[in-house]
Design a protein around this ligand. Structure first.
Ligand code: 5U1
Length: 675
């Protein structure tokens, strides 16, 4: 049993080691030598080895990683992790500032500005000051539990300088350029594959099931916001929030600033653009946020992005290369996409060998031909594209005749030979083969198995290719009929992999309605719409029989999406596959994730909040509405169910009056939700 003096010594060592970690990794200002640091660390290790009761998960000795996981479990974020809208041109920045000024009815706005880190978004949960959980962004609502890996990052405190009941910290994990160069040097030395860029290296390191490997990679972190919090006295501004996080020993970047108006934003953009090559980390733009936190709430959100912030991206990187061939790919919905096969070229941090040509009209507009020298462009993690042809370098038969003909899209599907059709107002031509077309079938199966759909681990493109080509799987329901006898006879399928796949298939049977709807691959029904549909209808059978009128009641569903859903559900063979999937055990809790349609008082209704409510914080009001099955939106439209008005409401109140929408005060809202 450790004496009180030793207990105290261990606590002091833990705090001291973490303080030096912060000085070294967070502030780049070490106070002691490496040898002195090692000395403290070894003393703590020895104490914990001798007295295991002194050990604790927030001890710095626990940063070495632990036993490998089988998979990452899913975590639902308490507050969704939003994405940012992008601006590329100065005009778009001016328009953003104008929208903000109009929304806030003010002359000039102060913005908190900072670099846009090229890393991975992460949320860290601190409960009573201790890091208890870390998750990736995922789809913004649900992410992966990467706590074990995050614990190995020395820049991230395991315990905060203060201990509020709850603080969720949002930020980006990245690898510094110097650490990336060193990692690749080691990879070369060991004869292992090098990473394309620091972002990929950071992502590869963070998605390790074995956190001991993550512990060998030098990752770092910058905080840029918070999610849920309890017992934290929040400052009035974003800049104040960053100072608060810094005071808690969370790393925040030094390049942050506060500027005024569009001019201030653009000055900052230019300044950071000049500093970019010298910065120790990769960035792909800068982020502007309205500095006043109340004003941020006032502006609210549109779809999945805040109205109070924007990412101003740096121009895409470009490089020259030669088109070796133009192939045509067939996608999940039959869309034919011309793809340029290129001589490999390094651009925007990766080697590019393919670039999309989008569609037939685009190829003609740019007149891309085989043999052409082209400018390839790549921005962030966007798919590389052919920007333009260098006309003077075109190979010629003679002075006037190009060596190669203009590109022509095939009139029959290159995969199944079915007729290719292009709708009157459509930019893309599609193979008419539907699920008869193996390409569409393969893509549909890959979509079905995807991480955000049924999440069938191990069902990758090579396996789907074999299953379809051998005629073993024709539709998603067939996947659940696969057995060991079939799987072990496939190429590159060892017994262990077959067992794992069968387990993954079994596990995927327990899903959610939203995932299942998304997995069906209905045209124009993305993940967000699938969630809206699940929330609204609560049960699949209600969705299957919904007509256009019923579908148009779903927030964010317009006539095009409604039509796609009606067509999909009207197809007998789609309903048959759904039936087979159910018979083979695919199941979900109906109404899961939200109140089933018609059950909650606010069910299916969209609420808009404006002004300050007497007792309820904006987030609390939102949580109450969502718990009753409603949705909160940042903007008023004809589809808005109720506008909840507090003191000093903004222009949303006037718009609500203009549209004759039902208006509630806080008491009215409470009454409605309790009814
Ligand atoms: N630097 C920075 N990156 N970033 C990304 N700030 C920042 N803020 C974000 C995101 C998605 O979102 C908040 C505005 C909610």
């Amino acid at each position: 049993m450790a004496s009180p003096a030793l207990v105290e010594r261990a606590a002091w060592l833990r705090a001291e080691i973490e303080r030096h970690n912060h000085l070294y990794y967070g502030l780049d200002a070490p106070e002691i030598s490496d040898a002195e640091f090692d000395h403290l660390f070894r003393e703590l290790q020895a104490l914990e080895a001798q007295y295991p009761e002194l050990s604790s998960p927030d001890s710095p000795t626990q940063r070495v990683g632990g036993a490998p996981l089988k998979n990452f479990s899913q975590i639902t974020h308490r507050v969704p992790m939003l994405s940012l809208n992008n601006a590329f041109e100065e005009g778009e920045v001016a328009a953003f500032d104008k929208r903000v000024r109009e929304g806030l009815e003010t002359e000039a706005v102060d913005y908190a500005v900072e670099p846009k880190f090229d890393g991975l978004a992460i949320t860290l949960s601190y409960e009573q000051g201790v890091l208890t959980q870390a998750a990736t962004r995922g789809d913004g609502f649900t992410g992966e539990d990467v706590t074990a890996n995050i614990r190995t990052i020395k820049a991230i405190p395991l315990r905060l300088a203060e201990a509020p009941p709850l603080l969720e910290v949002r930020g980006e994990v990245l690898m510094l350029k110097a650490d990336f160069a060193e990692l690749n040097r080691q990879q070369r030395e060991r004869g292992e594959k090098e990473f394309a860029n620091p972002r990929n290296a950071a992502a590869g390191s963070l998605r390790q099931l074995d956190s001991r490997i993550t512990a060998t990679r030098r990752l770092t972190f910058f905080a840029y916001g918070i999610g849920a919090s309890e017992g934290v006295a929040l400052p009035a501004s974003h800049a104040g929030l960053m100072d608060l996080l810094a005071a808690l020993h969370l790393p925040v970047c030094r390049e942050r600033a506060v500027v005024r108006g569009a001019e201030g934003l653009l000055d900052y953009y230019r300044r950071i653009g000049e500093q970019r090559p010298m910065l120790p980390y990769d960035i792909d733009g800068v982020v502007y946020k309205v500095n006043d936190l109340r004003a941020q709430m006032e502006l609210g959100f549109v779809s999945r992005a805040p109205r109070f912030a924007v990412a101003h991206k740096f121009p895409a990187e470009e490089a020259l290369t030669v088109v070796e061939a133009i192939d045509v790919q067939v996608g999940r919905t039959g869309a034919l996409t011309p793809v340029a096969r290129l001589q490999p070229v390094f651009v925007g941090g990766v080697t590019v060998t393919n670039a999309t040509l989008h569609n037939e009209d685009e190829v003609h507009r740019k007149d891309v031909r085989i043999g052409d020298t082209v400018v390839v462009r790549r921005a962030g993690d966007v798919i590389p594209e052919v920007a333009r042809v260098v006309a003077e370098r075109r190979p010629m038969r003679d002075l006037l005749t190009p060596l190669h003909e203009p590109f022509a899209l095939p009139t029959t599907c290159p995969v199944c030979g079915s007729h290719v059709a292009r709708g009157e107002d459509e930019a893309v031509a599609r193979c008419s083969g539907g699920l008869y077309c193996p390409a569409q079938r393969k893509q549909a199966l890959l979509h079905f198995a995807g991480r955000r759909a049924m999440d069938i681990e191990g069902l990758g493109d090579k396996l789907v290719e074999q299953l379809v080509d051998l005629g073993l799987v024709g539709n998603p329901a067939d996947l659940y009929g696969l057995g060991m006898d079939i799987l072990v006879n496939l190429e590159r399928m060892a017994e262990k992999s077959a067992i794992n796949l069968l387990e993954a298939l079994d596990k995927s049977k327990h899903t959610t309605l939203a995932r299942f709807i998304f997995a069906l691959g209905i045209r124009n029904v993305g993940e967000a719409t699938a969630k809206d549909l699940a929330r609204h209808f609560g049960a699949l059978d209600r969705l299957l029989v919904a007509d256009t009128t019923a579908l148009l009641e779903v927030p964010d569903v317009g006539p095009v999406v409604a039509q796609c859903i009606v067509e999909f559900c009207g197809e007998a063979h789609n309903r048959e596959v759904i039936q087979q999937l159910r018979e083979r055990g695919v199941n979900w809790a109906e109404g899961e994730g939200a109140a089933p349609a018609g059950s909650g008082a606010a069910s299916g209704k969209t609420f808009v909040l404006t002004g300050t409510l007497p007792t309820l914080a904006r987030e609390d009001a939102k949580a109450m509405i969502e718990a009753a099955g409603g949705k909160v939106s940042g903007s008023v439209s004809k589809k808005t169910g109720y506008v909840v008005v507090g003191a000093e409401p903004g222009s949303k109140y006037e718009k609500a009056v203009e549209l004759g929408l039902p208006i509630l005060d806080e008491a009215g809202l409470r009454e409605l939700l309790n009814s």
